[in-house]
Design a protein around this ligand. Structure first.
Ligand code: FAD
Length: 380
């Protein structure tokens, strides 16, 4: 069985390794693009367990893994406050903060060692189905012929477009500002998330004891301002907003902005194509889940391939439909919860705000993470 994985981002890299473990021949298509050295991602226990299963975790340098032992979540006035402690839940860490660039390099190195992964650093252009086979046209190299395609070509997915899969999209009219902050004091592996008037501000402890990664979602105007002010101006702005602990911040890196929107594909399985990662769904970064959900997609697709009785016959269409329905249902829970929390806090006053506070009090963000932690137990 030949499987193409399209997209050489983080989800594509994990998908290539995961599909290689099913015993098939994998053709991994996509120009390799390095991740920015200033980009950090929270990966949760499910993702960590899966990376271990793929024999990647042991190659990820310890110096790149920042465990989060506690998480404080509060609204702006700190009327509603929650503290989550790894020691009181599943033990080691609530999640880990890792540099995206190092994670991607580690995955690429692991895939180069796999004999049944062939890397094709080219762009997907189009595909068509002929006699139960999928013919993929590439930009610069020869066309390839495979049995199935795992699509991880991101939010603007070209494969999704060619396959004509409809999707729903919502522009939050917000942007996330990211930066790395150097503190005067150690962060003690505690993460903070504050729901400010225009959106959440997260401070995530890195492996280095005195550095945190900031993800600050706010209006487009404010994001633009925060990107362009001086490092000193940015640190002062944070100091005015945050509790004492962060007021002695020393400096911060250049800032980057990411416009925020959500996207959900109507189905993630069609013909010979499986959508995974941002090609299937894009979420607000408030719960740090986009990549983690992408890895859940990969886990599900891998399990489907492993569960086949006859490895050489195509999937039964009914089985694929059932799989697609189950994926939609499971993802719907995560996507709707994240969206509801975002919308509740988007509205600064009145009933929606109260509902938001209630959602926060009930642990909306940790709720989503708990679901994923329960998943982790299933994976390990
Ligand atoms: C500010 C911010 C903070 C975030 N923080 C977190 C976090 O803490 N934790 C978390 O889990 N998630 C987080 N996310 C989400 C996470 O970054 C994404 O969900 C994840 O990186 C998506 O990976 P992907 O591989 O699906 O897509 P992408 O990273 O977009 O990769 C797609 C790949 O496909 C390639 N490609 C595109 N078109 C073609 C083509 N025609 N042919 C071949 N290749 C193609 C691209 O070059 C790219 O390499 C955050 C997102 C933002 C914006």
């Amino acid at each position: 069985m030949k499987i193409a994985v399209v997209g050489a981002g983080l989800v594509g890299a994990v998908a290539a390794l995961a599909m290689a473990k099913t015993g098939g021949q994998v053709i991994w298509v996509g120009p390799s693009k390095p991740e920015s050295p200033d980009r950090f991602l929270a990966i949760n226990p499910t993702a960590i367990a899966f990376l271990a299963e793929l024999d990647v975790l042991s190659s990820l340098p310890k110096s790149a893994r920042g465990p989060v032992k506690k998480m404080h979540i509060a609204d702006f006035n700190q009327d509603t406050k929650l503290v989550f402690d790894a020691a009181k839940t599943q033990g080691y860490a609530l999640c880990e903060i890792v540099p995206a660039a190092i994670l991607l390099q580690t995955l690429e190195r692991a895939s180069r060692k796999q004999e049944n992964i062939q890397c094709v650093p080219d762009e997907y252009v189009s595909h068509r189905i002929e006699n139960e086979r999928c013919m993929i046209q590439l930009k610069n190299t020869q066309a390839i012929e495979v049995d199935y395609v795992i699509v991880a070509d991101g939010a603007m997915s070209r494969v999704r477009e060619i396959e004509n899969i409809p999707f729903k999209s919502h522009d939050y009219q917000r942007a996330a500002v990211t930066a790395t902050l150097q503190l005067a004091m150690p962060h003690e592996q505690v993460a903070y998330q504050y729901f400010l008037d225009h959106g959440p501000l997260a401070l995530l402890p890195l492996a280095e004891a005195d550095k945190v990664s900031i993800v600050w979602s706010t209006t487009l105007t404010e994001a633009n301002h925060l990107k362009n002010i001086s490092s000193e101006g940015f640190v002062t702005r944070l100091a005015n907003l945050l509790p004492q602990h962060f007021q002695d911040a020393i400096s911060c890196s250049p800032r980057y902005t990411f416009p925020l929107r959500s996207l959900t594909a109507k189905t993630t399985v069609q013909n010979k194509v499986f959508l995974v990662g941002d090609a299937a769904h894009v979420v607000h970064p408030l719960a740090g889940l986009g990549l983690n959900l992408g890895l859940l997609d990969v886990i599900a697709v891998q399990q489907l391939f492993l569960s086949r009785q006859n490895k050489n016959r195509p999937f039964n269409p009914n089985a694929l439909q059932r799989f697609a329905r189950e994926r939609q249902w499971e993802m719907g829970i995560y996507l709707k919860t994240i969206d509801a929390i975002e919308r509740a806090f988007h509205e600064p006053k009145g009933a929606a705000r109260k509902i938001g506070q209630l959602a926060l009090a009930m642990g909306g963000v940790p709720f989503v993470n708990r679901l994923l932690i329960n998943k982790a137990t299933a994976v390990t």
